[in-house]
Design a protein around this ligand. Sequence first.
Ligand SMILES: *Cc1c(COP(=O)(O)O)cnc(C)c1O
Length: 417
Amino acid sequence: MKTVTPRLKYKDNILYFEDVELTKIVKKISTPVYVYSKNQIIENFLNYKSALYKRKNLICFAMKANSNYEVLKIIKTLGGGCDVTSGGELFRALNAKINPKKIVYAGVGKTEQEINYAFKNEILMFNIESKDEVEFLNNIAKNKNKKINIAIRINPEVNTHTISHISTGEEGTKFGIPLYEVKDFVRFVLNECKNLNLIGLHYHIGSQICTVTPFVEATKKVCNLINELISIGIKLKYLDIGGGLGIRYKDEEPPTPHKLINELLKYIPQYLTIICEPGRYIVGNAGILITKVLYHKKVKNKNFLIVDTSMTDLIRPAFYGAYHNIIPLKLNSNNFKKFDIVGPVCETSDFLGKNMLISDVVNGEYLVIETTGAYGFVMSSNYNSRLRISEVMVDKDKFYLIRKRESYKNLISGEIF
Ligand SMILES: *Cc1c(COP(=O)(O)O)cnc(C)c1O
């Protein structure tokens, strides 16, 4: 069977992740368990970094894709910053000693408490998304007699041809300021919001985008606008081009960061510092989810494998209809069959994969769900009072626990008795 994950390989019919035989992990740590490859994360980050070497740049990892402390520490060591979307993410980033001057904060609904927290910690900039927000921010700054750095998030209104749940840069979504309103918006900020420093523009058009065209369209539109702003005397320092680059889950062929960035650099003026916010690209193919087969079940013509993981650990199949390749940890059968791989949760949508052609495994053996490093653990829940699972990092021939599995006590720890 073929893997899509670069550092996941069969050797003598057993899967290795980097140089760690996965049987060693499941012997030590109970399933289900997320496992990440440190060296894949590093490689992915450096791919972005090297694509930008000709320009002043800052890579702000979109930590909503994977916010584990150990992952953030890798990003920090490589000189990266973070794109945060909540006070909680900011807390995690600061806790991992990410330099606040490398933190940008996006989101349509920042609360007063979150704004104060970010302001106190002197982050690089707030990416603001509405007139109400900009006035609110200005008042907070005014009351403190200080100035706050902002960038305006623009909705460049391009079609990204991705699934609608994760498309953010089309007409009529809640994100950003529509392109045709931006000039007026800029004037409003300059004239009415004396406690704000407008230092950049921002756009993020969606996720899992596998062609350069929408990125180019958006960049052209925004850079045209930047030139128009120059003609009315406004010179910005930062252009934040967001994230959204797609990865291979099955047979997609997304452009490399190098190819993408090279296309975009044609339109971006030299004097700007370019901020990138990749999330999925950095961690997606650096993660797998190992699960144990509990039972086989046959209903009419359908074969089910019931496993110990579920939509509470990985919601992407149920939520987005997303595909993840699923393969056995050990190949010891040539009996290939089609299976629906489902979890124990009381929902019909609780599946990990449908009609997956895989070699049969006996109960008690393990399956590996690929490409789960992004939007996996971070979207997990306690539904059905299931425990959030452990996370492990592999580094060459070593592996170590980076998050303990929750206990039943954790489940009720916030409740009042
Ligand atoms: C989610 C998000 C990202 C990251 O998107 P990916 O598709 O994971 O690269 C970047 N910027 C913003 C503002 C986001 O909301």
